[in-house]
Design a protein around this ligand. Structure first.
Ligand SMILES: *[C@@H]1O[C@H](CO)[C@@H](O)[C@H](O)[C@H]1NC(C)=O
Ligand SMILES: *[C@@H]1O[C@H](CO)[C@@H](O)[C@H](O)[C@H]1NC(C)=O
Ligand SMILES: *[C@@H]1O[C@H](CO)[C@@H](O)[C@H](O)[C@H]1NC(C)=O
Ligand SMILES: *[C@@H]1O[C@H](CO)[C@@H](O)[C@H](O)[C@H]1NC(C)=O
Ligand SMILES: *[C@@H]1O[C@H](CO)[C@@H](O)[C@H](O)[C@H]1NC(C)=O
Length: 523
C-alpha cells in the first residue's frame, strides 16, 4: 500500500547499539542469570488490537463501535482528550506494520478484527465488502512475509447498535457473537489457525460495566459486571463449540479465550489474613473466568459463588447478583479452550478490607473484600498501575498450572506482556523488563515444569491506550502521532526483543544504559 521507508532500521541507531554492546563487555559471563533457552518450537510474537491502531473509524463502510460513539459524545473522557479516529492509521499503513514485525524477526502477530468494520451494525445480515477485503489482504500479506496471524475476535470494540441493546449484559449477545464468529471463520478460517475469542473479560466487565474506567462506563457495580461476566463466558463457549462442530474437523485450528491476571501478593506474607486475601483476589479476578473453563469440576469457583450469594442476601436482594449456569451450560464451558491464553503485566499487594472510600455498595470490590496496594520500592516506569515485579510472572504461571487440570499439563500462551514509557526511544527500562520477565518464563518452564508454549509482547507500536489516550506508550516502536505520516521508529527494546526471539535466549548484556542508572537490572 505505501512505502515502508519509515521503518527501515536506522543505521545510526545500529551503530549506537554496537557501541553499547561493546561498552558493556559483549556477552556477559558475570550476568548471573540462568542459561536456559526457549525450545525451538516456542512462539515469539507481538500483539495489537484493532481499535488501538487502525483509525479509519468511518471509512470503508465501517459501522461505529461503542468507543467511537462514546468518545465523540464525551471528548473529555480520555486524559488527553484524544480519540481513536486516526490512531496509528494502520488501516492505511499496515504494510509498514508488517515491515516492522519482519525487521525485528518475530514470526507471529496477534491482532484483532474490528467487529463493526466487518459487520457495520453488528449483525450478519450486512457484511461490509471493504471490511472483508481489508482483513483478507492483511492476513495474506502477513503470511507472505512469513508471519503467522493469531486473531482475536473481540478486543473491546463492541458495535454501537449491540451496545445500545446492553452489549455483553444482554443474553442475546450469545447469538450475535456466534453469528459474527461464524462469518469470520467462513471468511478466514482457511488461513487462520489460532484464535482467541474475547480479550480480558475481567477488565472489560469490571471497568466497563461495573465502573466507568472503560467504555461503556455503565457504573453498574456488582450487577452489570456479573451479567457481563456471565454472558461473555457463555458467548465464548458457544463459539468454541460452534467452531468445534462446524469448522475444526477441516480447518483444524485452535481456539481459546484471553484472560488477564495480576499476580496477588500478600501485603504481609506472615499474616494469614493477607495470604487469604491474595487468594480471594485471584478467585474473584481470574478463577471466576478460568474455573468454569479449565477446572475439572467446572462452574464458578465455590468461593465466588458463596461470597456473592452471601453479600446479595445481606444486601436484601431476593436472588444472587451472580447468575447461575444450567447443567448444560456448565458442560459446554468445561474444556472450551485449547490452551490458556494469559495477559500479565504487574503485581499488587493484598490485605482484607470490608469497605473502602472509593468502593460502591454493591460492587465487585466489596464482594472481593481486598484492598490493593503497590510496593513503592518496585519501579513504576510509565503507568501509575504498573509496577515492575518479575517474580510475580513466574508465580502466576505456576498458580495456573497448579490449579487447572482439565487440560493435561495445561499449555499456556502469554498473549500480552509489556510495560509503558513516556515516549523515549532509549527505553532501557523496557529492555530490562522483557529480559527479566522472559527470564521468569524460562524459570517457570525449566525449574517448575510449566508448559509455556509462546509469548507475545504488548505491543508492536505506541497506540491508543483507552482512557489514557496516547499519553501512555507501550510500543516496541515509537509512533509520531503529530506526524500525518505517523512515522514509526524502533526503540532499543525492538532490537533487544527481536534478539531474544531470534536466539531463543535471554541476554541481559545485549543493551545496557550508558551509565549505571538503571535500577531495573538484576537485584
Ligand atoms: C550456555 O549454553 C550454551 C548453549 O547451550 C553453551 O554453549 C554455553 O557454554 C552455556 N554457558 C554457560 C555459562 O553455561
Ligand atoms: C450495510 O452497512 C452499510 C455501511 O454501514 C450501510 O451503508 C448500509 O445501509 C447497510 N445496509 C443494510 C441493508 O443494512
Ligand atoms: C472539558 O474540558 C475542558 C478543558 O479542561 C473544560 O473547559 C470543559 O468544561 C470540559 N467539558 C466537560 C463537559 O466536562
Ligand atoms: C457464606 O456464608 C456462610 C453462612 O454464614 C458462611 O459459612 C460462609 O463461610 C460464607 N462464605 C463466604 C465465601 O463468605
Ligand atoms: C517491597 O519490595 C522490596 C524490594 O523487592 C522488598 O524487600 C519488600 O519486602 C517488599 N515489601 C512488600 C510489602 O512486599
Amino acid at each position: 500500500m505505501r512505502s515502508s521507508s519509515g521503518v527501515a532500521l536506522n543505521r545510526a541507531l545500529l551503530v549506537t547499539l554496537s557501541l553499547l554492546q561493546y561498552a558493556s563487555g559483549g556477552l556477559g559471563v558475570n550476568s548471573g542469570v540462568s542459561n536456559y533457552s526457549f525450545p525451538d518450537d516456542f512462539i515469539f510474537g507481538v500483539a495489537s488490537a484493532a481499535f488501538q491502531i487502525e483509525g479509519a473509524w468511518n471509512e470503508g463502510g465501517k459501522g461505529e463501535s461503542m468507543w467511537d460513539t462514546y468518545i465523540h459524545k464525551h471528548p473529555n473522557y480520555t486524559v488527553d482528550r484524544s480519540n481513536g479516529d486516526v490512531a496509528a492509521d494502520s488501516y492505511h499503513r499496515f504494510m509498514d506494520d508488517i515491515e516492522m514485525i519482519k525487521s525485528i524477526g518475530v514470526n507471529y502477530y496477534r491482532l484483532s478484527i474490528s467487529w463493526p468494520r466487518l459487520l457495520p451494525n453488528g449483525m450478519d445480515n450486512n457484511i461490509s465488502q471493504e471490511g472483508m477485503e481489508y482483513y483478507r489482504t492483511l492476513f495474506e500479506e502477513l503470511l507472505k512475509a512469513n508471519i503467522t496471524p493469531v486473531v482475536t475476535l473481540f478486543h473491546w470494540d463492541m458495535p454501537t447498535p449491540l451496545m445500545d441493546l446492553g452489549g455483553w449484559a444482554n443474553p442475546k449477545i450469545v447469538d450475535y457473537f456466534e453469528d459474527y464468529a461464524r462469518v469470520v471463520f467462513n471468511l478466514y478460517g482457511d488461513i487462520i489457525k489460532m484464535w482467541t475469542t474475547i480479550n480480558e473479560p475481567h477488565q472489560q466487565c469490571y471497568n466497563g460495566y461495573g465502573r466507568n474506567y472503560f467504555v461503556p462506563a455503565l457504573m453498574s457495580g456488582g450487577v452489570g459486571d456479573y451479567l457481563c461476566t456471565h454472558y461473555t463466558l457463555l458467548s465464548h463457549a458457544r463459539v468454541y463449540r460452534m467452531y468445534e462442530k462446524e469448522f475444526k474437523p477441516y480447518q483444524k485450528g485452535q481456539v481459546a479465550i484471553t484472560l488477564d491476571a495480576f499476580w496477588a501478593e500478600p501485603k504481609d506474607p506472615k499474616r494469614p489474613e493477607d495470604v487469604r486475601a491474595a487468594e480471594d483476589y485471584l478467585q474473584m479476578h481470574l478463577a471466576i473466568y478460568a474455573h468454569p473453563i479449565y477446572s475439572d469440576v467446572g462452574d464458578y469457583p465455590k468461593f465466588v459463588r458463596e461470597r456473592v450469594n452471601n453479600m446479595s442476601i445481606q444486601q436484601g436482594f431476593s436472588r444472587s447478583r451472580l447468575p447461575y449456569f444450567s447443567a448444560e451450560e456448565i458442560k459446554a464451558l468445561q474444556g472450551s479452550s485449547d490452551f490458556f491464553a494469559l495477559n500479565h503485566y504487574t503485581t499488587f499487594l493484598m490485605t482484607p478490607s470490608l469497605m473502602e472510600p472509593d468502593w460502591e455498595e454493591p460492587s465487585w470490590d466489596q464482594d472481593t473484600g481486598v484492598r490493593m496496594s503497590q510496593n513503592l520500592s518496585w519501579p513504576r516506569p510509565g503507568a501509575d498501575w504498573l509496577t515492575v515485579n518479575p517474580p510475580g510472572f513466574r508465580k502466576v504461571i505456576n498458580w495456573i498450572s497448579d490449579n487447572y487440570r482439565m487440560l493435561k499439563k495445561i499449555p499456556i500462551i502469554i498473549t500480552e506482556n509489556g510495560m509503558a514509557d513516556w515516549g523515549q526511544t532509549d527505553d532501557y527500562e523496557r529492555v530490562s523488563y522483557y529480559n527479566e520477565y522472559l527470564n521468569q518464563v524460562l524459570l517457570a518452564m525449566h525449574e517448575d515444569g510449566c508448559n509455556v508454549k509462546g509469548y507475545f509482547s504488548w505491543t508492536l507500536m505506541d497506540d491508543f491506550e483507552w482512557i489514557d489516550g496516547y499519553s501512555v506508550k507501550f510500543g516496541l516502536f515509537k509512533v509520531d502521532f503529530d506526524d500525518p505520516e505517523k512515522k514509526r521508529t524502533p526503540k532499543l527494546s525492538a532490537h533487544s526483543f527481536g534478539n531474544i526471539a531470534r536466539t531463543h535466549r535471554i541476554d541481559f548484556d545485549y543493551i545496557k544504559p550508558p551509565l549505571n542508572l538503571n535500577k531495573l537490572l538484576l537485584e
